[in-house]
Design a protein around this ligand. Sequence first.
Ligand code: KIV
Length: 287
Amino acid sequence: MRKKVTTRSFQKFKETGKKITMMTAYDYSTAKLLDEAGIDSILVGDSLGNVILGYEDTIYVTMEDMIHHIRAVAKGAKNPLIIGDMPYLSYHGDVNEAVRNAGRLIQEGHAQAVKLEGGREILDVVNALVRAKIPVVGHIGLTPQSVNQMGGYLIQGKKAEDAQRLLEDAKLLDEAGVFALVIECVPKQVAEKITEEVKCPTIGIGAGNVTDGQVLVSNDAFGTYSDKSPSFVRVFGNVGEVIKNSTKSFIEAVEKGEFPNDKESFHIGEQEAEEWCKLYGEQNSNK
Ligand code: KIV
């Protein structure tokens, strides 16, 4: 039987060089499949907003949306470490409110850790969460909740001073006690330097194969999100095509009257059928 993956396992994976595997999920059935396939960790990302709720950006996702979906994932997946994303504005104001919101993802959603976006500007929140015994994952580089401030979904850390700022942010978050760090959409050399310099494992997305692990949005990896996917995405299985073809087969079978067949239907027993015939006959003759 597979062992439950914990924050301690993450540290061990970094030490032993085992690559950490993480995918997003937002519902019970997908979480169960990812668990059965042997994934180390499931992130209930606020990418929920894009791939499940159909928003253009993640900034419209609420605490209630996150709790609702984290709870479903936690029911489906027992072995992977479940990380819940803190949505936009749930940790940007008062620090005590940030702790309460993170606590809700744990107590009401049943996440085992939370993730939040940002560098030096969120250190006070990270410190408070660590004090409250809430395991924290950092997220630097392209941080989608800052889309309007960044002026779009752009590669981060391409200029020397930006790369240096990212490295400094990574070190500050590491010292503050994050147990893992997501690095999104940065040049490979920057991700490699950060991975060498921090104690915590790094999880890359669009950051090359030099990080301690990789995360992908499952709808991108399974080809079920057809709006627009970043260039770093690989479609590992075209589930979108399978869904479309299955739907076409369903439509055809229903329209031809082939579905459901006799085996897929319920039947009344022979004796009951005879009795019912009699009853039906009597009632009709009394009319
Ligand atoms: O919300 C999300 O799915 C994420 C990943 C892209 C890392 O933050």
